[in-house]
Design a protein around this ligand. Structure first.
Ligand SMILES: [Mn+2]
Length: 352
């Protein structure tokens, strides 16, 4: 049996194959889960299983914590498939190709839904797609938690130091170091993280510190790259909204980029989004969130988010239009995206 590094280094991208497709934010949880699950499924005798990261290869460079963590685990990202890898289309189009979705459960961002989804492992709200697939969808801190549980109970011999260290990273990042402040840590996250820390011999707080330093290092990115780095787009009918998640406070961002409001507006129009939501999060004597909303119906949406989602949005005076302090730091993109969907669908219902 090949170890994880050798497996990823030796992949041939020929069809047919089973693809493990992560979500198009390509955050640490997604990328790690695509890599680990493709290897675990293949090691269990399922032939060629390939990890797919549905963003252009160049975008990975914007995610310093992903590059940093893969590097810590001795993994070369060039073995992964990206949305612009020439080998991807033939793989997705081949009749016999099938796929697993990790870290999302909707329609994958590549392949226009042609590739049959046979399995889902995810921690987001179940959107009800792919009803015939084998599903593991549970509201834990990260999908890596679910992979750790599945692998440790079905093929514990696979969890070597590398695989354990790799999986531990996203659990720590997504649960804010297993702390309570982000509000997303479950018993299962703590159980799996301690198992993985033990096997990999990791110092949990040192690793979390390293990962958050990498995650919050925005110094090398332009404003456009900061928005691009972790963004997801959604549509309902003709209405399109984009939610960017950025690890910086509005105050420091504005200090570096006084033109920020205009540049955000430019990004919104370049990406053809009707609504742009920018979720800022940062640590300063605790965990904080801010929200910028650019687009129509801002006031109504803010009331809806406060009333239905308990966001606790309060208008910020200084930075410009549409900037809010988000007092409820538990609400992330996972909560925001479906609430905007409800709001938009209510709008279109009442207009007809
Ligand atoms: Mn995730």
């Amino acid at each position: 049996m090949l170890n994880l590094q050798s497996y990823l280094a030796s992949l041939t991208h020929r069809p047919p194959a089973h693809l493990v497709i992560c979500n198009d934010s390509a955050d640490l949880d997604s990328v790690v889960c695509a890599a680990v699950w493709s290897w675990a499924v293949s090691a269990n005798g399922h032939g060629r299983v390939l990890p797919v990261i549905p963003v252009p290869r160049s975008e990975l460079q914007l995610r310093r914590e992903v590059i940093g963590h893969l590097d810590r685990c001795g993994i070369d990202p060039s073995g992964l498939l990206f949305s612009d890898s020439p080998a991807l289309e033939p793989l997705l189009d081949h009749q016999k190709s099938t796929c697993t979705l990790v870290d999302h459960n909707g329609i994958p961002a590549v392949g226009q839904g042609n590739c049959q989804v046979t399995e889902i492992i995810d921690h987001h709200r179940d959107e009800g797609f792919h009803p015939d697939s084998r599903r593991t969808i549970e509201p834990v801190g990260s999908t890596a938690t679910l992979l750790s549980r599945i692998i440790s109970s079905t093929s514990p011999e696979l969890l070597d130091r590398t695989a354990s260290l790799l999986l531990l990273g996203p659990i720590l990042l997504d649960t804010a170091g297993l702390g309570g402040s982000g509000g997303r840590t479950t018993e299962e996250d703590i159980r799996q993280a301690s198992l993985l820390a033990k096997i990999s011999g990791s110092d949990v707080s040192a690793l979390y510190e390293q990962l958050s330093t990498e995650l919050y290092d925005y110094s090398f990115l332009s404003t456009e790259q900061r928005l691009e780095r972790d963004q997801k787009s959604y549509t309902l009918g003709t209405f399109r909204w984009t939610i960017c998640s950025v690890g910086i406070s509005l105050r420091s961002w504005l200090r570096e980029e006084p033109d920020l409001p205009a540049l955000m507006e430019k990004y919104r129009s370049r990406t053809s989004a009707d609504l742009l939501a920018v979720m800022c999060r940062y640590e300063h004597r605790g965990f904080h969130r801010e929200l910028v909303l650019l687009g129509p119906h801002e006031q109504g949406l803010v009331e809806f988010l406060n009333c239905r989602g308990g966001f606790g949005l309060e208008k910020l005076g200084g930075p410009g239009q549409g900037c809010y302090l988000q007092k409820n730091t538990r609400c992330s993109r996972k909560e925001l995206a479906p609430l905007i969907r409800h709001y938009v669908s209510a709008l279109s219902d009442s207009s007809c």
